[in-house]
Structures are given as structure tokens and as C-alpha cells.
Design a protein around this ligand. Sequence first.
Ligand SMILES: [Zn+2]
Length: 279
Amino acid sequence: MSNLLSGLGKFGLGNLEEMKLFEEEEKKEAPGKTVNKVPEEEEFLFDKSFDCVVCDAKFTERVLRANKARLLGVDTDLRPRHEHIDVSKYDVISCPYCGYTALSRYYVKLPPTLVKLIKANISDAYIRRDDNPSVYSYDYAFERYQLCLANAIVRRAKDSEKAYICLKISWILRGMGENLDQSDAEYKEKLKEIKEQERGFSKHAYDGFSKARQSEDFPLCRMDEATLDYLLAVLAISFNQPDVASRLISGILTSHSAKSSLKEKARDLKDKLKEVKGK
Ligand SMILES: [Zn+2]
């Protein structure tokens, strides 16, 4: 029997054959006027004007509205997770005219020698993109971060800054993996590739921050010593260096300046480390 009521046609009630025995919950998604509408990513963003610190051109960028996105939690490597939007996608400022690109916290005036370096190594060859999406895909965000990293290398940015860009790229790749279409026939392959890339950038972040910790003064990328040590400990565990992690965690737990919330997280990490070592 194809349908519970098929045959009703004989009674002249064929139009009732498709009735459902039990009512399904109505999906109230009438386009344009839903009651509890899920906010669009676009609602968290606005256009902000910038004057390029390299070529002086005026341009606008998509930036986050302050305090609009609700923080849901933070991954162990400090990646923030917000409701309805991945804020990491919007932390890069890129001049569409000359290609100069930096993380928002590092988008500051540059000395003439560095402007020259950017112009010679980036701007001269840079081809302006015409697409200007109001909401960024992960691929688009990833490309902007790559340009950001290239600029940082060209202008000889500190190791901490380059490491921080790599860390943020690993967050972008994690988001990309989480948002892959699972019905795609190549889903597993694509996810594997993205995971490998994520791990590569995470390792660059680990190496860069390890170097920076020896040679730069705190705060590094706005992180105090305890926060950076916590991040390094997380990465050390991930890259199979339990002794390094152990040392860093002990340092945090005995530190006088580390916040109690961070010490708590360090204690959790210590437990995790025990599990890892026990394997
Ligand atoms: Zn520019």
C-alpha cells in the first residue's frame, strides 16, 4: 500500500488521500517574516572606513559590531566560539588597492622603510580583486589570512605576530572543516586535507611562539606570560612534547601573577597530560 488513505478516490475523496495520520510540527519559516529569526551573519558586521597606511587610499572593510556576538566558549587553543558567527574570519584588514594586509590589531602606521618593502614586494605585483562579499566564506577568509601572512613576512614582523597569524589560520581551517558539506561525496577526503593543513599552521604557531617566548617582551600579541604558556602547553601536548607541556603547566600553577581562572584551566590540562602520558 503506497499510502494510508489511497483508495479514498473511490469515494470521491481523492483529494484527501495525501492527508497525514499525525501532524508534523509546523516549520514556521515563511521567508522574510519569521518570529524567532536566526540572526544572519551579516547583522553582526558593518562597513568601516580605513585610510591605507601604505598607499593612502580610502577603503572600507567588514568589521564586527562591538559586543553583538555572544561568546559560547573557547577551544583549548583559545579559539573563541560565538553564536551565529565565526568572528575569526573578520580579523584581517586588507587594502584592495595595494594589497597591504594585516591583522586588525597590527594595522598601524608603518615606518617609511617598511612601506617601501611592502610596495616593492607586494603592491607592485598585487592584482586587485573585484569580489567584495558582505559575508566571508572560509575560503575567502583563508585567502585573506594568507595575504596577511605574506605581508608580515615581507615587513619582517616579529615572530610572535607571525605565529599569531598562523594560529588564527589554524582556527579558520578548523571552522572550514566544521562547516564542510557532509553530504559531499568527497567529504572525508576534503576534511582530512583541511585537518592536515590546520595541523601544519598550528605547528608553525607553536614553533613561532616558542621562539618569541625566548626573545620578545611580554605581553606578546596581548597575551601575558601565563596565557602564552598555557597556549604553548596545549600545543606541546598536541605535538607530542609532554615534558615541555609539563614544565609550562608547573610554571603557571606556581605563578603569582596568573589569574585563578587560568590556573584552573592549567589544572585541567595537567589531568589531560597525565592521560596522554599514561597511554
Ligand atoms: Zn593600500
